[in-house]
Ligand binder design. Structure first.
Ligand code: NAI
Length: 361
């Protein structure tokens, strides 16, 4: 009998109130009826940390692991060594950096994700976060809920997005959609830094210019948005040194992965005023510890500039339906020996698919 292990976040009463919360342990991506119908053993849990967790216990004989980037079951080399039956690791969402891909390749474990499932959801969140930082929305809203009213205190750090230079590091599915959505804001310039050039006239359509040198790219932007995958070449790409290339008082938005940034370096840049604001929804590890420096870091001039949320940009209710259906499709393909959609594949048969390196397809 096939055994599927799903590591998901708990929904509690919210999952009862909102049955469309498919990414929760309660609603389990719609896997329960599918597994019942096909005689599959299904274990669903949120308990993922430490040697006594349900994850550690059940990974030992699971054939399939399904998890989401929002509450990732970190499939480390150690777990892969223990996972004697594991054949497929499915990411219900986009971004499979929670898997040790080299170790998965050694064991010929297939890693696949639901490519494109939440890219619009994230792009919208990026634009929202850029606006709330540039407009200094956080402290302004805070004044209102705390009973205050001091326009000057918030207006002194509030700007228009029009006339600013915005750049995306990574111009794939999300990065390009961000550029598309920013076009009507009449920014001074839209830039992108990506080791792949946008195809055809895609750059022209959004009016974006490619900058090939990272230092030059960062130095020209008023706003930088990170939209590249986390891999060996991008881990810690935003650090003390690269932050020094930013314009003083620039804004940084990261909805890609927490570990793209060196956490204390970003907090220091915000506290020192080198960054006017930092926003996004991704952390390492997740859930983020209560004392994570990004929870409290503020720009001293504006008394704000913190646009952080828990990881939810790519888990809107619309996105949950898409990645739940997509995860079941990947499982179904595997069970029936059907080929996976090529763009969903990260690794297969001991080899990296191009997507693992973040190539645009
Ligand atoms: P994609 O594969 O379509 O695009 C990634 C782009 O990054 C590609 O154009 C690639 O060439 C570029 N890239 C890779 N390495 C680079 C490097 N070293 N320097 C410059 N560019 C580089 O991926 P997509 O769908 O746009 O997603 C991007 C990332 O966003 C995912 O890998 C994931 O980590 C994150 N994400 C976050 C979500 C959230 O809920 N916050 C949801 C979905 C994705």
């Amino acid at each position: 009998m096939v055994k599927v292990l799903a590591i998901l976040y708990d929904g509690g009463r919210h999952a009862q109130e909102q049955p469309l919360l498919l990414g929760t342990t309660e609603n389990a991506l719609g896997l329960r009826p599918y597994c019942e119908k096909h005689g599959i053993e299904l274990v669903v849990t949120s308990d993922k940390e430490g040697p006594n967790s349900e994850f550690a216990k059940h990974i030992v004989d699971a054939d399939v692991l399904i998890t989401t980037p929002f509450h990732p079951g970190y499939l480390t080399r150690e777990y892969i060594e223990k996972a004697k039956n594991l054949k497929v690791a499915i990411t219900a969402g986009v971004g499979s950096d929670h898997v040790d891909l080299n170790a998965a390749n050694e064991k010929k474990i297939t890693v696949a994700e639901v490519t494109g499932s939440n890219v619009v959801s994230v792009a919208e969140h990026v634009v929202m976060t850029i606006l709330l930082l540039v407009r200094n929305y956080g402290p302004a809203h805070e004044q209102i809920v705390s009973g205050g009213w001091e326009v000057a205190a918030v207006a002194k750090a509030a700007w228009d997005l029009e006339g600013k230079v915005v750049g995306t590091l990574g111009a794939g599915r999300i990065g390009y959609r961000v550029l598309q959505r920013l076009k009507p804001f009449d920014c001074k310039e839209l830039l992108y830094y990506d080791y792949a050039e946008l195809p055809g006239d895609a750059a022209q359509q959004v009016g974006a210019r490619r900058v090939e040198d990272l230092k030059e790219f960062l130095g020209q932007c008023d706003v930088v948005t990170l939209n590249c995958p986390l891999h060996e070449g991008t881990k810690g790409i935003i650090n003390k040194e690269t932050l020094s290339y930013f314009k003083k008082g620039a804004w940084l938005v990261n909805t890609a992965r927490g570990a793209l940034c060196v956490e204390q370096d970003v907090a220091d840049a915000l506290n020192s005023g080198q960054l006017a604001g930092y926003g996004g929804d991704v952390w390492y590890p997740q859930p983020a510890p209560a004392n994570h420096p990004w929870r409290k870091a503020l720009n001293p001039f504006s008394g704000g500039g913190n646009g952080m949320t828990p990881h939810y940009s790519g888990t809107t209710l619309d996105a949950q339906k898409r990645y739940a259906d997509g995860a079941i499709k990947i499982l179904d393909n595997w069970r029936n020996g059907k080929p996976q959609t090529p763009s969903d594949l990260i690794v297969e048969n001991g080899e990296y698919a191009t997507k693992a390196y973040g190539q645009r397809k």
